[in-house]
Design a protein around this ligand. Sequence first.
Ligand code: 7TS
Length: 414
Amino acid sequence: MSLNIEYSDKMHFASIRADFPILSQKVYGKSLVYLDNGASTQKPKQVINNITATYERSYANVHRGVHYLSQISTDAMELARGTVRGFVNARSDSEIIFVRGATEGINLVASSWGRENLKSGDEIILSEMEHHANIVPWQLVSEQTGATIKVIPISDSGELEMSEFQKLLSDRTKLVAITHVSNALGTIVPLSEIIRYSHDAGALVLVDGCQAVPHLPVDLQELDADFYTFSGHKLYGPSGIGILYGKESILESMPPYQGGGEMIDTVSFKGSTWADLPFKFEAGTPNIADAIGLGEAVNYVSSIGFDAIGAHEASLLSYATERLNQIESVKIIGNASNKAAIISFVIEDVHPHDVGTILDRDGIAVRTGHHCAQPVMERYDVPATVRASFAMYNTFEEIDLFVKGLQKVQEIFS
Ligand code: 7TS
């Protein structure tokens, strides 16, 4: 390898890689090179074993039973809630709501807080780099309430136009709903500044943290976000489970999102009363084993630590960026100065799906398409991009194979 990349952490990350059984398999007879971590990460055996152990030894429905297994299961789920609370440094377990994923987290806030608090004349500010999950719920609630949506534009390099954001903020702004890291560009947004400006204008802030929590430490008390949501499956945890954080005082003031068992205190035909937080927002039997599994994933990530993860992923990103920039026909979309380990790009005169298909035959998994961020595609006037998104278990050798695959694409189409 010609580039000057620090290799001191190589052994450590080789042992991490061994924790992920799926990575050692072959596809089409080739070693799997998994670079689709933005869509979903693979799972370490610690998480897989934890889920198996729940079903083999300690599974029962939670919160309702006096029997042994129900209590064990309840304790494990509540322990996981506490683990997540510590991971994002929330003040209290009451602020950690288990949801299906970020999509449900945002829909919960849009439906419950939005319908209660928004009216005609109010404004919600989003950015041009949002995932559809942080656009469509606000469109739905806008139709219901008469509130309007304003959009922060992004620059050619993929950064938020902060001066435009400040111009959009006014006393009409009730909520700023913003991603922490763009899934389509990799941009890490200046979140502290955004939250400070928004609060100064009297607006609440919801953060879509899906692409942030696998890559960087999040301290919610320091950030002072009002809502923060993420999905377990992008954090080396199970799918079908995620977290919505909300400040306790705000969650207390919000009506329930769904009605049913678990979320009530009393029910009669004269009316019902609600359970305390966080259960008020957890109607029905929760995803018990996966909530516990998410706690294990958080323990796993914490045991490695963001100093090590951040350093390794930053090396991967800079190495991959340099190698891609050496290929003439490659154009990287999104060159923000502060980026997570995600690279979106197009190859001149080749459709991204063709790139993805050719790479796939060499065992290399990337994502192609609009990445559920169609406004980003429109902004850069491309139908789709190829996206390589890295995780802590990726290696420099995998980047070399990926680049070799891209050179093959170039040869086929030249
Ligand atoms: N927000 C961001 C920034 C995302 O990247 C995603 C999923 C979501 C929200 C929705 O998460 P879910 O778990 O509720 O579905 N992003 C992607 C992606 O980039 N490719 O596949 C899914």
